[in-house]
Write a protein that binds this ligand. Structure first.
Ligand code: FA5
Length: 341
């Protein structure tokens, strides 16, 4: 029995010294000291040992037990330190390594332009309003004084969706919705996508407009002029503008607004203004009485204005082809990495 204990003890000491990590130490501990471990197996033979010899063998076994436990503890500590070193080495962060380049997103030029104009109108007291992009023919046309046989319908190359419904061709479709829902004073702007079946360098089948509508007692053309002055000078800096008589069925009188060409300063020798010295920027006018009476709004007058966001962004940033706005080319998008608004 002594020999067996000694053999087990010596072999276990060798195994302990050879253990390289905490898991191996734990395995040895279980193999020797576990319930059915090697030491218990050897000690089972204690019953056959004479009563005289038993205390000595018991003491011998205890001495080995203590030696092995000490061995496991001290080697165990070394193994745990090794494990920790290994983990630290594997998880080490090289603070001198070059940083990975971040590619932060930024707002699209159209979002920036829309928010910029919305912020100006907001400061002038206009509140945001909206209407559906799939619009009834009624709100897109009839309600804004464009009956079925009106020639102005042909100017809007319309996408027809299903009987009685179109993809709205302008944000003026929001006008009658608001006039019916709200009581004057009404001072709203409606920004959003509109659709027309046309495509070239200055026309996109999907584009964006911003509509402004102000209806109250005694609103006059001079109020419209005041708002235009604020809007245009905030966008283009101090700039001359003119209101040129024009026709839109939902306003009377109607006008198109031109700003003096900011590139040639009105001299008229440049491509931007096609040598005219003026650049057209939006449509506007006094709300047609037809709209007010059919909405049941009386004793008030109003003005409306509507502009194209893409064209405005093209002017502000000298972009020569509207298609750049929709192609998602990083070289183009990175030119407008401003993250405000
Ligand atoms: C209108 O759509 C009127 N509803 C604007 C208006 C509102 C007038 C209120 C009076 C009162 P127009 O069809 O001109 O008007 O379009 C307005 C602007 O949208 C144009 O000046 C232009 O900047 C832009 N636009 C028109 N068609 C396209 C297109 N296919 N792609 C990009 N921009 C366009």
């Amino acid at each position: 029995m002594r020999d067996k204990l000694e053999a087990l003890g010596n072999q276990t000491l060798i195994d302990i010294e050879a253990a390289m990590d905490a898991a191996a130490i734990e395995q040895i501990r279980l193999r020797v000291f576990g319930k059915k471990g090697a030491l218990s197996e050897v000690l089972k033979g204690l019953g056959q040992v004479s009563a005289l010899e038993r205390p000595q063998i018991g003491a011998f076994a205890n001495t080995w037990k203590e030696r092995l436990e000490e061995g496991l503890a001290s080697r165990g500590q070394i193994c745990e330190e090794r494990d920790l070193d290994k983990r630290l080495a594997a998880e080490a962060v090289d603070v001198t390594a070059p940083a990975r380049r971040l590619h932060p997103g930024s707002l699209h030029i159209l979002t920036q332009t829309t928010r910029r104009i919305a912020a100006i109108l907001g400061r002038l007291g206009f509140e945001s309003a909206s209407g559906p992009e799939i619009e009834t023919e009624y709100f897109n046309f009839e309600a804004v004084n464009i009956p079925a046989d009106h020639p102005a319908r042909q100017m809007h190359d319309t996408f027809f969706i299903k009987p009685g419904h179109v993809l709205r061709t302008h944000t003026s479709s929001v006008q009658m919705r608001v006039l019916r829902e709200k009581k004057p004073p009404i001072r709203i702007f409606a920004a959003g996508a509109v659709y027309r079946c046309e495509a070239d360098a200055t026309h996109s089948p999907l584009f964006h407009q911003i509509e402004g509508l102000f209806v109250d007692k005694g609103v006059r053309m001079s109020d419209l002029k005041g708002v235009l002055g604020e809007l245009l000078s905030e966008l283009f800096g101090t700039v001359k503008f003119r209101m040129r008589p024009s026709y839109f069925p939902f306003v009377e009188p109607g006008a198109e607004v031109d700003i003096e060409c900011f590139k040639c300063r009105g001299v008229g020798h440049c491509q931007l203004c096609r040598s005219s010295g003026w650049i057209e920027v939006l449509g506007c006018g006094m709300v047609h009485p037809f709209l007010l009476t059919s909405a049941g709004v009386t004793d008030v007058t109003g003005f409306a204005l509507g502009l194209g966001v893409e064209r405005m962004a093209m002017l502000l940033h000298e972009v020569n082809d509207i298609r750049h706005m929709f192609q998602g080319d990083m070289r183009f998008l990175q030119l407008f990495r401003f993250r405000g608004y």
